[in-house]
Structure formats: structure tokens, C-alpha cells
Design a protein around this ligand. Structure first.
Ligand code: NAD
Length: 516
């Protein structure tokens, strides 16, 4: 953030303005505010927003609670209809929103669009789910009794999101929470207020259509709170927010988790990863190369699931490494809006500095570094483009056990599979993982109880790029939360166990007698 006196450049600012207008955002909400928003593509200022104050944040949450009290009474399939309409708005506006994602966080065009597609996919999933919020019927030990469970709406769902998936993370949570009968309050990353305003604009359009079609949606059903961690803390501490889904660094989770626990609120924590892959002697090396290149260099290494550690068997090391080096030296780095570029900029100077620190630490620990140097682009003096770094390490030492949110791939040679697997699991994080092999024993062993300790474990595909149908999240310092598909919806509801006596006697459980 910098002061509003800084001159606004014409090009990206003008395009941002046009995109926001198209997406239904009023100009007043992104011009004239006190906090500048920059595009990492050039480093230029593209908008000025106002952060919300503490009192308004509290009032917004109170309003969301009032909205919840009404929304929970709307039948779930009707709630699904609102999410269907949201999906339609996203389909119709995919090019504009995808482009805005690229401008605000520097993703290449295909990945900006891919992020919006992920939102559409989870909306579709949630619409189906709105007729499938099933509870069990359970055998009871008592005659003429029935036992069952019912899933009820929970309350205001707080969403705190990171900069690197500025819109998809909201939608993974929002689509499920809405069909589950909850209202939403979203604290987006302070680095990505514009895409948050745009998503809110599209949501409001969906609500308008829903109401025109006869639906009942209370005011304040979904709201955003623009601001930094202090605003996030208000959401975390508010007694009317029974669930906060927080995505970001492990440091953030360490702060947020205990605060929520103190008031017995639920947490879905989606924190840092340090994802690895093992390449074994039988791996298909053409496929491996392509998978590693996307997983390690895609999104400029700024995915929670980015591949950061690669264990390569010594028998194929001399074949794979030269090919990997060529890929690192030749991958097109540059303006993500231009066709052909595959790696865009880092989000800001701080990300660049932390990358350089990690590379210096790697050299000090005996690593050999290829790449990692800054690439200057014309008219982008305040942007941070880097050539992705490939680092051959003598072992899992130095910076390798930490997550550095930048494109650095540490490569480590191994000879014994079990020892490689031990190293694979010997980091504090546990998000995503992969094995490249055509050996059934290795593949199944990797997926088994003695294999990868991560929330996501893949065979012959890289660790990044999850589909919405599966539950998404990781273990250990990644926080243990699960979002998106499978039965992740259960975290957004409360379960009631119901026992009904339809007889005329009162048998007690466990055969207890209590005769008056
Ligand atoms: P960050 O931790 O700096 O910020 C994330 C969000 O948390 C922001 O909205 C921030 O304002 C808020 N926040 C920070 N401290 C807070 C506090 N004490 N109380 C309340 N809110 C607080 O993360 P970032 O730099 O935006 O994103 C990168 C990190 O996110 C990486 O570590 C990456 O691995 C992780 N990430 C994880 C997932 C996942 O699903 N596991 C997905 C995307 C990103």
C-alpha cells in the first residue's frame, strides 16, 4: 500500500477500470480510497480502495448473522438455485474475471481463466449437493424407536483467503456454505481487493436474479471486509461466527487456530505446503518432465501445492537432470497477458527477497543453483520477474524443509526407496505429494498407510492442480482442514442425532432401570 498521490498509469489501470465496470463494481469502491493496489505485472498502481473500519466490520458480521437466521429456513434445493445462478454469472463473465485475476496477481491468462473455471465447477458440485445433504438412519437397540441424524445450517461462515488463489478459495467455501444454509463474510487478501469486489458484484447480480425469480435471499447474505490482518482478527474473534475457513501461511494459521479454539469455534485451516515427488527407476521420463515443469514452475511457484522437492533415483539422475535444466533455462518468463509466456511475475518485492534468501541459504548448505536471477522487463521497473531456480542439493538440508513461496525446486538424489520416502515425510508440512513410477509395489506403497503422509497423494501426475471433486487440504503444519469435494460439506453444518420413541413404553439405553 502507498499513498494516493502516486500517479496512476494509464494502461493497466484503464483496463482494470473497464473490467470492474463490466463485472458490476461501482467506481466509488476502487477510486479515491487511501490504499493503493498494484499489479505485479508492471508494479503500477491500478486502483485505490478504502479498508473497512472495525465498527463497520462488526456491524457487517452482525448483519450476516441476521441473514443466516432467515437463510437457514430456505429449503436446501432452493439455496442451490442461488448457487446455480452464481455459476451462470461466472460462466458469462469468465473472460473478464479471469483477466482481472491475471492483472491483480500476475497469473498467465490460461491460469486466470482456470481459476474462474474452478469456481464454476464447485458451483455445479454444490447445486447437486443441495439435494444430497444426507444423514444416516441408525439401528437402535430399543424397540419402537428410530434413530437418525440430521444436518442443520451452522451460522456465519468466515472466509480468510490468500493472495495466490484470490477468487477460487472463496468459491470453494462459499458455494458449499450457501447450500448448507450459512451466510458468508469474506476477508480477502489485502493484496487482492479488486477481484474480491468483482466476485461480490457477480454474487449480487445472482441474488437479484434469484429474487426476480421469486426466491428469498436476505440482505447481507454475503459480504466482504477489505483490510489486513486486524480485520481478519475481528472475524476470528466474533462470537457470532461459528466457523472460520482460513487459507494462507502456517504463521497465519498459528495465530488464527488458537484464537478460534479459545472460543470453541470451528476452523478449517488450509496452510503452507512443501510438496515433493519421488521419481523412481521405472518412471516415464517424458511424462515426468512435463509434470514436474508445470508443478514446479507454473504460477511462478506460487501455489500451495507447488512442487518444491524432487527425489530422483540415482539410476536415472544423469538422464533426467539435463532435460530438467534445459526446461528451466528455456521456459518463457514474462508478461503473463502475452501469449506464449508460461511464468509471470512474483507478487511483490518481498517475495523476491525471500527467494534470494532461500537461494543464498541453499548455496551455503552445498547446493548448486541454476536460475533464480531477476529478469528486467521494459516499463516494469517495479515488477519482479525471475527465472525459476533449479537447485541440486546434497541432501534435505538448509532451506529445503521450509516453504519459500517462489519457484525454487530442490533436487535430491536417492538410492533406497524407503529412505527417500522417509525424507519425503520428514518435513513439517503435509499438503500434496506425487510418485512417478510404473512399479505397482512402489505406487501402492506410496498411497498406503506407510507411504506419503500428505492430504493429497498422486501417481504419475504432479502434486499441483487438484480437481474440485476431491476433498482438498493437508496434514501437520498444513492445518488439517478439508474443503471442496467429497464430504467436506459436513464441516459447514452441525449434526443432530435424533431418537424418536413411537411406542408407549420408555425403555432406557444400556438396559438401565429407573422405576419410580
Ligand atoms: P498470508 O498468511 O500472508 O495471508 C493470508 C490471509 O490471512 C490474508 O487475508 C491475511 O490478511 C490474513 N491474515 C494474516 N494473519 C492473520 C491473523 N493473525 N488473523 C487473521 N487473518 C490473518 O498468506 P499469503 O502470502 O496471502 O499466501 C501464501 C500462503 O498461503 C502460502 O503459505 C501458501 O502455501 C498458502 N496457501 C495455502 C493454501 C491451501 O489450500 N493449503 C492455498 C493457497 C495458499
Amino acid at each position: 500500500a502507498s499513498s494516493k498521490q502516486t500517479p496512476v498509469s494509464k494502461s493497466l489501470a484503464a483496463e482494470t477500470d473497464a473490467l470492474l465496470a463490466q463485472l458490476g463494481v461501482e467506481r466509488i469502491s476502487y477510486t479515491g480510497g487511501a490504499t493503493a493496489t498494484r499489479s505485479p505485472i508492471t508494479g503500477e498502481i491500478i486502483a485505490h480502495i478504502d479498508n473497512v473500519g472495525a465498527a463497520k466490520a462488526q456491524a457487517t458480521i452482525d448483519r450476516a448473522h441476521a441473514a443466516f437466521l432467515e437463510w437457514r429456513l430456505v429449503p436446501a434445493p432452493k439455496r442451490g438455485e442461488l448457487v446455480r445462478l452464481l455459476g451462470e454469472e461466472l460462466r458469462a463473465n469468465k473472460p473478464a474475471l479471469g483477466r482481472l485475476v491475471s492483472i491483480e496477481v500476475g497469473k498467465i491468462a490460461a491460469e486466470g481463466l482456470g481459476e474462474v473455471q474452478e469456481m464454476i465447477d464447485i458451483c455445479d458440485f454444490a447445486v447437486g449437493l443441495s439435494r444430497q445433504l444426507y444423514g444416516l438412519t441408525i439401528a437402535t437397540e430399543r424397540g419402537e424407536h428410530r434413530m437418525m441424524e440430521t444436518w442443520h445450517p451452522l451460522g456465519v461462515t468466515g472466509i480468510i483467503s490468500a493472495f495466490n488463489f484470490p477468487v477460487a478459495v472463496w468459491c470453494w467455501n462459499a458455494a458449499l456454505a450457501l447450500v448448507c444454509g450459512n451466510s458468508l463474510v469474506w476477508k480477502p487478501s489485502e493484496k487482492t481487493p479488486l477481484t474480491a469486489l468483482a466476485v461480490q458484484g457477480l454474487f449480487e447480480r445472482a441474488v437479484t436474479r434469484f429474487v426476480q425469480d421469486g426466491g428469498a435471499a436476505p440482505a447481507g447474505l454475503s459480504a466482504i471486509l477489505l483490510g489486513d490482518r486486524e480485520i481478519g482478527e475481528i472475524l476470528v474473534d466474533h462470537p457470532k461466527v461459528p466457523l472460520v475457513s482460513a487459507t494462507g501461511s502456517t504463521a497465519m494459521g498459528r495465530a488464527v487456530g488458537p484464537r478460534l479454539a479459545r472460543r470453541f469455534a470451528r476452523a478449517i485451516l488450509e496452510l503452507g505446503g512443501n510438496n515433493a515427488a519421488i521419481v523412481t527407476p521405472t518412471a516415464d521420463l517424458d511424462l515426468t518432465l512435463r509434470a514436474v515443469a508445470f508443478a514446479a514452475m507454473g504460477t511462478a511457484g506460487q501455489r500451495c501445492t507447488t512442487l518444491r522437492r524432487l527425489f530422483v533415483h540415482e539410476s536415472i539422475y544423469a538422464t533426467l537432470l539435463p532435460r530438467l535444466k534445459r526446461a528451466y533455462q528455456s521456459v518463457p518468463v514474462g508478461n503473463p497477458l502475452e501469449d506464449g509466456n508460461l511464468v509471470g511475475p512474483l507478487i511483490d518485492g518481498a517475495a523476491y527477497a525471500s527467494m534470494q534468501t532461500a537461494l543464498a541459504d541453499a548455496r551455503a548448505a552445498g547446493g548448486t543453483v541454476i536460475g533464480g536471477d531477476r529478469i528486467a522487463l521494459e516499463n516494469a521497473a517495479e515488477a519482479y520477474y525471475v527465472r525459476p531456480a533449479l537447485v541440486e542439493m546434497p541432501g534435505q538440508c538448509g532451506p529445503v524443509a521450509h516453504e519459500t513461496f517462489a519457484p525454487i525446486l530442490y533436487v535430491i538424489k536417492y538410492d533406497d526407496f524407503d529412505a527417500a520416502l522417509d525424507l519425503h515425510n520428514a518435513v513439517p508440512q503435509g499438503l500434496s505429494s506425487a510418485i512417478f513410477t510404473n512399479d505397482l509395489r512402489e505406487a501402492e506403497g506410496f498411497l498406503s498407510a506407510r507411504g506419503s503422509d500428505c492430504g493429497i497423494a498422486n501417481v504419475n501426475i504432479g502434486p499441483s492442480g487438484a480437481e474440485i471433486g476431491g476433498a482438498f487440504g493437508g496434514e501437520k503444519e498444513t492445518g488439517g482442514g478439508r474443503e471442496s469435494g467429497s464430504d467436506a460439506w459436513k464441516a459447514y453444518m452441525r449434526r443432530a442425532t435424533n431418537t424418536v420413541n413411537f411406542g408407549r413404553t420408555l425403555p432406557l439405553a444400556q438396559g438401565i432401570r429407573f422405576d419410580l
